[in-house]
Design a protein around this ligand. Sequence first.
Ligand code: PEP
Ligand code: MG
Length: 312
Amino acid sequence: ARAEALSGASGPGRTRDGHPVPLLANIGGPRDVPAAVENGAEGIGLYRTEFLFLDRATPPSDEEQERAYREVLEAFPGGRVVVRALDAGADKPLAFLPPPGDEPNPALGERGLRMLRRHPDVLAAQLSALARAASGQDAKLQVMAPMVTDAEEAAFFAAACRDAGIEHPGVMIEVPAAALRAGDLAPEVEFFSLGTNDLTQYACAADRQVGGLSHLQDAWQPAVLDLVASAASAGIPCGVCGEAAGDPVLACVLVGLGVTSLSMSAPSLPLVRAALARHTVDECRAAAVAARASRSAGEAKEAARRALPGLA
Ligand code: PEP
Ligand code: MG
């Protein structure tokens, strides 16, 4: 059964009717690159740079950063590498960047881009290390900001990238306000990447770190699908790099909602590649319409499965 599920499981991502959907890998650093390559990743869709900064009292040196970024870029000549600027705070606390004072709700506090704006030196050092790492490389470097809420923040990040010599800035869409008003943010940047883990957490007001709320921490929630549709219709490339992209059925639904690339942990790539290869874009769109017409996560998943026969 696995062999059948994996038929069409090599080569670039595309639907049965040949619509390309680049399949990219999520990584935490250079040591994750071999698994991405072995599973046929066409590039990196989310390089979580926090790991470079973890468990230390001071940030990594400029040289250490540059080396780590260059190593990843070198592995994907002709491909793309999407690096996320440091996403500190909330579920990713860093010793050298403590939040200000007492934050009763860290997930709603200083994290992601909010934290970077309080530490412009950290942001500038990271962006310039990235620009140096990308010079002379054959891979396309794209850099995105985490936890962006509105157009002003998107414009701030794009300007910081331009100042550092980074040509392809983007933002993560993981705050419902940003998804709803994606049309305001789109003119400021080159691409969006949907972080469905946080987007679901904030849309459903369900802490991603509380296990007992997993029924609400579910990207099949129709409200989350509506937010994805809003972001994907803003007229710029819109990928997904949250866990949702690694679910073969949901991946087809995301494509049906207008998502243009999918990034996931490397072991999920073959099954998602095979699921796309079995369905046309129109079938994915029909599954997306059926899922959004549902009134619960469970119904949405069932409706999508019915519209996409052959997927477990
Ligand atoms: C997300 O929020 O969906 C995401 C991809 O980022 P992280 O899980 O690292 O917050
Ligand atoms: Mg996130």
